[in-house]
Ligand binder design. Sequence first.
Ligand SMILES: Cc1cc2nc3c(=O)[nH]c(=O)nc-3n(C[C@H](O)[C@H](O)[C@H](O)COP(=O)(O)OP(=O)(O)OC[C@H]3O[C@@H](n4cnc5c(N)ncnc54)[C@H](O)[C@@H]3O)c2cc1C
Length: 299
Amino acid sequence: MSVFNKLIVFVLPLVPKFIVYLFAKRYIAGPKLEDALESIKYFNSQNIMATVDILGEEIKQKEDALQVVQQYKEVLAAIEKHKLDSNVSIKPTHLGLKIDKEFCYNNILSIVEEAQKYRNFVRIDMEDHTCTSDTLELYSRIRKELPNVGIVVQSYLRRTISDVDKLAEQKANLRLCKGIYVEPRKVVYRDREIINDNFKYCLEKLLSKGCYVGIATHDEKLIWHALSVIDKLKIDGEKYEFQMLLGVTEELRDILVKDGHRLRVYVPFGEHWHAYSLRRLKENPRVASYIIKHIFFKN
Ligand SMILES: Cc1cc2nc3c(=O)[nH]c(=O)nc-3n(C[C@H](O)[C@H](O)[C@H](O)COP(=O)(O)OP(=O)(O)OC[C@H]3O[C@@H](n4cnc5c(N)ncnc54)[C@H](O)[C@@H]3O)c2cc1C
């Protein structure tokens, strides 16, 4: 990362929220459930599936986590009511993982049970490395009870190569992504080539062992590699999907859909858009640099 980009990453949290919003709004559906529903309706009309995320993480009070459970149930009911093609993505720390693991287990189970009533599906997002073991454990426990739950693995994590073996044995439904958190070197690969090679290695292993994989990347080289593996292994179109974030590489997204691949867009919404947006913007300092210029070089 260049010195200028490093500076941007440092300065971003100091930028007034309303300015961040101006640039972040392409990455979030909006503050309300209705905003997310509008987004999903649009995507469905384009033959694109969705997964809804209620923005927020690292909840400190149990009452707040219980509210999030309730909100997810409302999201699931709205998806059903409007006959939308969308599932939900949840974050364990949003549901109390850092307060009490058992409490979090019950919260996730309750959302998965609600989804099961509608024959819908819940994806458990993967957060930073302090959550990995607990998240995998919660996933395995819930998967033993109900089938409509999936997990995420991150190719930047050194442990993923062995986690993938265990998950493949369980025929897990996975999302494979690179990983988004800033992590210490002892737990993650820093070299982008290794992260990509690990992504390719894990993808081939998961597909060849019959797992359903959500291939979550906007990196065209990895997408090409995925297509080549799908072709080589003759993987049925119902056994995988591509996944992309709202507001990112729309052209590539549309190319894949036009070519007949299943594709799902991650649609985040909610009042707690700030932390999420900062992460997205830090990932792409080119976008963030517009904010800095807007602040310091206003006409
Ligand atoms: C559906 C989905 C769910 C995810 N869930 C998780 C999760 O649970 N846990 C987790 O740690 N990470 C998650 N991620 C994030 C993921 O780990 C990566 O950080 C992110 O997708 C960027 O990596 P990339 O594979 O697209 O490759 P990159 O090499 O980072 O990006 C490839 C290209 O895509 C474009 N691009 C990528 N990101 C942006 C952006 N923010 N703004 C504009 N352009 C961009 C750029 O043109 C870039 O050159 C998820 C990603 C997706 C798509």
